[in-house]
Design a protein around this ligand. Structure first.
Ligand SMILES: [Zn+2]
Length: 332
């Protein structure tokens, strides 16, 4: 079963570019650019985190090590190469934090990331699309400026915007103006919500920010009305098995919030968030989630296809990708 889950073709809707830098590459970039990391030992850089704030210290140090467009392109290429190799990932909508790299303009970063994604698509057949994400711990003016940049440099590969970092720091309503601007310009919207803070972030993300997806959302279960709303409206929630378990170390695998979300008939996908930083990959996430929930082959296949339903693809691209998934699955 583990082999089958790992071999399934996969799509991923919740993964961070800067959280996808292999430790060896992060150490190499920091040395090349003279930026500090908590350690220069790749084996110790990504460790067990004492909560989200602890994790973000290293995440931001890795961001600071990515200084030039060449760095950015290399990171994008390596992130996609690993996903294709380790988890048979075929399609990804990838967050990146342009405002965490002040040495480059948005446009420089965008072109570099697209170069890396295109090379990876040529070499590994994995498609990458982008979601520039607002770092909610930075000032609102920075978020507004970012969305203006995204609009000024529109590319088909940029599907929408996100809102990430610590959801106990930047309440969703602060970013209403940035999200309204994105909406007026045809950008899709999603936000990290109820990962480690209150379930009310989900309501704010839907109603104030106009999101059509929610990232994480584990604390929805603390509020029956919000859980019912997500179910009734079929809102897609991009869950991440390893992250969820990290937030709930006292609960058994079979008792994780994602298990409850599935039992509550929420519309979820399984994603890897920050794979090397969390010691995982999407194949491992499927194996861990599948074994914890006792998936049948059919349930594994359903989860592989669920991400396509939640993806920001147009209907013809979605149908084409689904056909290729179904053909590959039939041959497994
Ligand atoms: Zn995330």
């Amino acid at each position: 079963m583990s082999q089958f889950l790992r071999a399934l073709p996969k799509a991923e809707l919740h993964v961070h570019l800067e959280g996808s830098v292999p430790a060896e590459l992060a150490v190499k970039l920091a040395a090349r650019n003279g930026t500090p990391l908590p350690t220069s030992d790749p084996a110790r850089l990504y460790r067990t985190w004492a909560g989200l704030a602890d994790f973000l210290v290293t995440y931001e140090a890795v961001c600071a090590a990515i200084v030039t467009p060449a760095d950015m392109a290399e990171v994008a290429y390596e992130a996609q190469a690993q996903a294709a190799r380790l988890g048979n990932v075929r399609y990804r909508e990838i967050f990146f934090n342009p405002t965490n790299h002040p040495s480059m303009t948005y446009r420089q970063q965008l072109e570099a990331v697209l170069d890396g994604l295109a090379s990876a698509e040529t070499d590994f057949g994995i498609v990458g699309r982008l979601i520039p994400a607002i770092n909610r711990s930075q000032p609102v003016s920075v978020a507004n400026d970012l969305v203006r940049e995204v609009i000024a440099h529109r590319r088909d590969e940029v599907l929408g915007i996100g809102l990430d970092h610590d959801d106990s720091v930047g309440p969703a309503p602060l970013f209403a103006e940035a999200f309204a601007l994105a909406a007026r310009n045809g950008l899709r919207r999603t936000a990290h919500a109820a990962e480690a803070h209150t379930p009310g972030q989900i309501t704010d993300s839907l109603d104030v920010l106009g999101c059509d997806r929610i990232d994480h959302g584990y604390l929805a279960l603390a509020d029956a009305a919000i859980t019912a709303r997500l179910r009734d409206e079929g809102t897609h929630v991009t869950t991440c098995w390893g992250t969820c378990c990290a937030h709930n170390p006292g609960r058994s695998q079979a008792d994780q919030p994602i298990v409850e979300m599935t039992a509550a008939s929420l519309n979820i996908s399984i994603n890897s968030d920050d794979p090397p930083m969390l010691g995982t990959d999407l194949g491992s996430e499927f194996v861990a989630a599948g074994l914890a929930m006792g998936w049948t082959r059919e349930q594994g296949i359903a989860m592989s296809l669920a991400a396509l339903d939640g993806a920001w693809l147009d209907d013809s691209d979605r149908a084409a990708l689904r056909r290729s998934f179904e053909a590959e699955i039939a041959a497994l």
